[in-house]
Design a protein around this ligand. Structure first.
Ligand SMILES: [Zn+2]
Ligand SMILES: [Zn+2]
Ligand SMILES: [Zn+2]
Length: 166
């Protein structure tokens, strides 16, 4: 018997931590492309995302930031070995990051935005078993410490799974 009560409007009484819409948008946004508005500027890669304007869902560059987003909450996307990361300090408090693996990169604590492809095959499986007792609940990546997810992308995945009633 599932420990879930139905209330008349059909919604579960269980508290569900929904990922905010802007997070889903951010995870689908392509970053690090040159800004169309500033093609001739030296640092025109689009590595910023505005939480307060997220319905326009576009990444933008530092020059756009000073023009249009002066008082807005901005998250800067960074790159580590071709993977996109955000600093913990910039997103904690904005989203529920409990259970998400933090990594130290350039002496800053960061989260990975999305799952990273991992080597497949016998070697990888054997390595996994030996490496760590902790695994990501979604993609089974082995984790260094006792976290539940390898990236903040899985906050949204988990919400969807729970909403689907699984
Ligand atoms: Zn720009
Ligand atoms: Zn903005
Ligand atoms: Zn994972």
């Amino acid at each position: 018997m599932a420990n879930v009560a139905r209330i008349p409007d059909g919604k579960d009484k269980v508290t569900i931590t929904l990922a905010p819409t802007w997070l889903e948008t951010m995870l689908m946004t392509q970053f690090f492309t040159p800004c169309d508005h500033h093609p001739d500027m030296p640092r025109n890669e689009r590595n910023l995302f505005c939480i307060d304007c997220s319905e326009c869902s576009l990444a933008f560059c530092i020059y756009c930031r000073s023009n249009h987003h002066a008082n807005h909450r901005i998250v800067q996307i960074r790159r580590s070995s071709y993977h996109e990361v955000v600093r913990v300090a910039e997103v904690e408090g904005l989203i529920d990051v409990k259970g998400v693996h933090t990594y130290i990169i350039n002496s800053a604590k960061v989260f990975f935005l999305n799952e990273r492809p991992q080597p497949k095959g016998i070697g990888a499986a054997a390595g996994k078993a030996a490496a760590s007792p902790y695994f990501c609940e979604v993609c089974s990546r082995s984790l260094l410490y006792d976290f539940r997810f390898c990236s903040i992308g899985f906050r949204t995945t988990e919400s969807k799974v729970r909403m689907a009633g699984v």
